[in-house]
Design a protein around this ligand. Sequence first.
Ligand code: FES
Length: 121
Amino acid sequence: MTDYTVVGTDELPPGEHVVVQLEGRLIGVYNVDGEYYAYTNWCPHQGGPVCEGALDGTTEITFDRSCLERSTNWVKEDEILRCPWHAWEFDILSGEAMHDHDVRLISHETKIEDDNVVISL
Ligand code: FES
């Protein structure tokens, strides 16, 4: 594995992301509440540029069998990455697809060194 310094922490405030090119691959680097995440800009659905999508929330539907009531809630605000091609949703904290937890984005280890975000490939 090789470590790459990609961006200063002061250049990537919470809620922001950048896309960088490393070893011929585009990598999206995200700051979510001070934690950093990095994913290859490739959607496991049909290879779309997932890191060009928006960070948003998603709708969660629950069903109470005892009273047969359904409720709809907006959850995970700014923690869902939505692919711009067909709107598949991914949890930015884990890279898992919201509809199938066996489907994941390609993630990369991140760490902070000297106030810089470093990615290992
Ligand atoms: S390529 Fe991303 S949802 Fe289809």
